[in-house]
Write a protein of this length. Structure first.
Ligand code: SF4
Ligand code: SF4
Length: 366
């Protein structure tokens, strides 16, 4: 039973992880970090480099949510959601699908190499526009090196090391274990429920554990031993020896849940406080003639509408170098303008009009 649910979860996760860079929203990947433009394409919107506090807030929310889920349900992340688990499961399905025979080992290696290359190609598409990935790969540059290193890492995990990373050094697994208490939901063995001694639970364990010796830190909560035990004992009234034990409703769960909820609310507040148009002006270090100051400006369109930009100045100044321009959805523009003082003044006010938005920026004039 649990295997069916896990397979569904893996298929959905694999489809999402593989498809997101290739899925187009507002003309860009649904999820991709644009290294050249220093911006993150995120489900139809753009998060700029200087807005990465939003990404940080999102990561904190996910970590706290994972912690709350772990306190309540144990290592759900390891057994059901971890990308490495998904990779290993998918690789296992592919290898098991190869036909037995004298060349089986060679075929398995070839299948895993192809799988590693496909996973590496997908990883690159999170940084390079998918339409350019093949071309950049053939250019034998940084992208090619990334492809080789990532592909080799995936092959090493799927073909050589398997679960040894989870068992030994995975920090995520160790952190989750720290969150456990006596009531956390874990997969455990109850000797008083008619164990037949068939050892099926041991044979199916991907980590090589014997659940009958107690719940180990290395257990990834995959529930394979529950399915095996249920099949072996006939699943009498759901009372087979291996099963979930624990209590979800308890103060610690509510405390962690509340903290995760609070961080989610902070994230929503930060996102909703984001301006439709971002405008900054700074006085340039390079200055012109006497009575003339130089300024650098940058404008970012955080919406999905094309905007007409108009830059002007208030005060006794002549603005030099500004022109009305269009700014594409989620586009950015930066430039340099000059101010010439028409009479003595210490400050100037730049005014940007973009659609219905009017933004003022006060700057010093020396
Ligand atoms: S003990 Fe059971 S739940 Fe834990 S890893 Fe092994 S098979 Fe999965
Ligand atoms: S699968 Fe169940 S019945 Fe068989 S050895 Fe393991 S705990 Fe005992």
């Amino acid at each position: 039973m649990w295997r069916r649910y896990r397979r569904t979860a893996f298929v959905l996760q694999a489809a999402a992880l593989t498809g997101l860079p290739f899925l187009e929203m507002n003309g860009e990947s649904a999820l991709r970090f644009d290294i050249a433009g220093l911006k993150l394409h995120f489900f139809g919107t753009v998060i700029w480099m200087n807005e990465f506090h939003l990404v940080l807030a999102g990561c904190i929310f996910l970590v706290l949510l994972t912690a709350a889920v772990t306190v309540a349900f144990g290592k759900v992340w390891c057994g059901w959601l971890c990308p490495q688990t998904v990779l290993l499961e998918l690789a296992g399905w592919l290898v098991n699908g190869t036909s037995p025979g004298r060349r089986r080992v060679v075929v398995e290696k070839a299948v895993l190499m192809f799988f590693s290359a496909a996973a590496s190609f997908t990883a690159i598409s999170y940084f390079v526009p998918p339409s350019e990935t093949a071309e950049r790969l053939s250019a034998a540059g940084t992208v090619t090196a990334f492809f080789v290193v990532t592909g080799a890492a995936v092959y090493a995990v799927t073909a050589l090391f398997g679960r040894s990373f989870c068992r030994s050094v995975c920090p995520c697994s160790m952190l989750q274990s720290v969150l456990f208490d006596g009531d956390t939901m874990v997969i455990a063995y109850a000797p008083d429920r008619g164990c037949t001694g068939c050892k099926r639970c041991v044979k199916v364990c991907p980590v090589g554990l014997d659940i009958r010796k107690g719940t180990a830190r290395e257990c990834i909560a995959c529930a394979e031993c529950i399915d095996a035990c249920a099949a072996s004992t006939g699943g009498r009234d759901g009372m087979f020896p291996v099963g979930y034990r624990g209590r979800v409703k308890r103060p610690k769960t509510f405390l962690f849940g509340a903290v995760a909820l609070l961080s989610g609310l902070v994230l929503i507040l930060l996102v909703s406080a984001r301006p439709a148009v971002d405008f900054t002006v700074t006085r340039d270090a390079l200055q012109g003639a006497e009575g003339v100051n130089s300024y650098r400006y940058s404008v970012r369109n955080n919406g999905n509408e094309r905007l007409r930009l108009s830059l002007s100045v208030e005060g006794p100044f002549e603005l030099i170098g500004a022109a009305d321009v269009a700014l594409e959805p989620y586009g950015a523009r930066s430039g340099r303008v000059m101010l010439r003082a028409l009479r003595r003044a210490r400050t100037a006010v730049f005014v940007l009009r973009a659609g219905r938005v009017r933004i003022e920026r006060r700057v010093a004039f020396l």
